[in-house]
Design a protein around this ligand. Structure first.
Ligand SMILES: C[S@@+](CC[C@H](N)C(=O)[O-])C[C@H]1O[C@@H](n2cnc3c(N)ncnc32)[C@H](O)[C@@H]1O
Length: 296
């Protein structure tokens, strides 16, 4: 059974996405960000991310994707993530039902062990789809990044009647270099697949306007809803696992307790092994900013 928690600007559904999606009126959502389990055997609290076959996984995805499309307004946008190996199934299915505008690569560096006998995977694919290719929200000016030409001096456009420097900003291309969430970043929560706020910030700014409704059917740590809240959007987040719903309730300021348990942020202070005293474990905001300045 699905439980519902209401905040001023965000609603959390604790339950299965297919059941919870039924409570949302058709054609009512401006933007959907769907980051489902990838069928790669991860453990999401009590949930094991594993289907009997690639096709069985794809067929499960087709079910919730069809419902998501029906919840989108005519001007709405859908972003879908999955593993590199599963994305072709979703791409082929989606292109018959919605307009795929971009195939985005979220590229990051690996902090773990590097592959030695093959080319290790350092990206995850994202499809950017819209219902109506002639009428959709895209706030280009809100997401521009520095246009890197490689030149030291400003390049001049001599084709203009009065030669002028080229524009120094641009809409990002479809390869996004954004670091993964690391333990010492202040946004870190305990979840095996938390997406960075920087990724959601770009998507939400580009594809929704102030007060629009953003839906995330697989909320995990509720990154989408948290960023939507910060940017003045309304949001609905759905999550199956109580452990993660607790993160959402706290992160979105909806509740301070869950079944009598006080909801506390993760304590990341630690004591240095060399005994040199107690040190806060979170990277300063200023330093974090530098992690996010690389855009391709
Ligand atoms: C890849 S994670 C999402 C991570 C999220 N984007 C974030 O930034 O934290 C997928 C989430 O889907 C949840 N999940 C799995 N099956 C589900 C279902 N049927 N309905 C709703 N949520 C589900 C998992 O518990 C997991 O937290």
């Amino acid at each position: 059974m699905t439980e519902r928690y209401e905040g001023a600007d965000a609603t959390i559904f604790h339950g299965d996405c297919l059941e919870a999606l039924n409570s949302i009126p058709d054609a009512s959502v401006d933007l959907i960000f769907a980051d489902p389990p990838y069928n790669i055997g991860k453990k999401f609290s009590e949930f094991k991310d594993s289907w009997p076959s690639d096709l069985a996984y794809a067929e499960w995805c087709y079910q919730w994707l069809a419902v998501c499309i029906s919840k989108l307004k005519l001007t709405g946008s859908l972003y879908v993530m999955t593993s590199t190996q599963a994305m072709p199934y979703l791409d082929l299915w989606l292109r018959k039902r919605i307009n795929i505008l971009s195939r985005i690569v979220w590229h990051y560096d690996s902090s773990g062990v590097q592959a030695k006998k093959y080319f290790g995977s350092l990206y995850e694919p994202i499809l950017h789809c819209v219902k109506d290719a002639k009428n959709y929200t895209f706030n280009a000016a809100d997401i521009e990044v520095e246009a890197r030409t490689g030149a030291v001096r400003k390049l001049i456009d001599y084709r203009k009647e009065v030669p002028a420097p080229y524009k120094t900003t641009k809409v990002p291309g479809n390869i996004w270099y954004l670091p993964r969430v690391r333990y010492r970043m202040s946004e870190y929560e305990e979840h095996p697949s938390q997406k960075p706020e920087s990724l959601l910030e770009r998507i939400i700014k580009a594809s929704s306007n102030s007060s629009d409704l953003v839906l995330d059917p697989f909320s995990g740590t509720f990154t989408t809803c948290a960023v939507a809240q910060r940017l003045g959007r309304r949001s609905i987040g759905i999550e199956l696992q109580a452990e993660y719903v607790k993160i959402g309730l706290r992160r979105l300021g909806i509740a301070t307790h869950f079944n009598g348990e006080s909801l506390q942020a993760l304590d990341k202070t630690y004591i240095r092994k060399n005994g040199n005293g107690i040190k806060g474990g979170v990277i300063a905001k200023k330093e974090q900013g530098r992690l996010f300045d690389a855009n391709i």
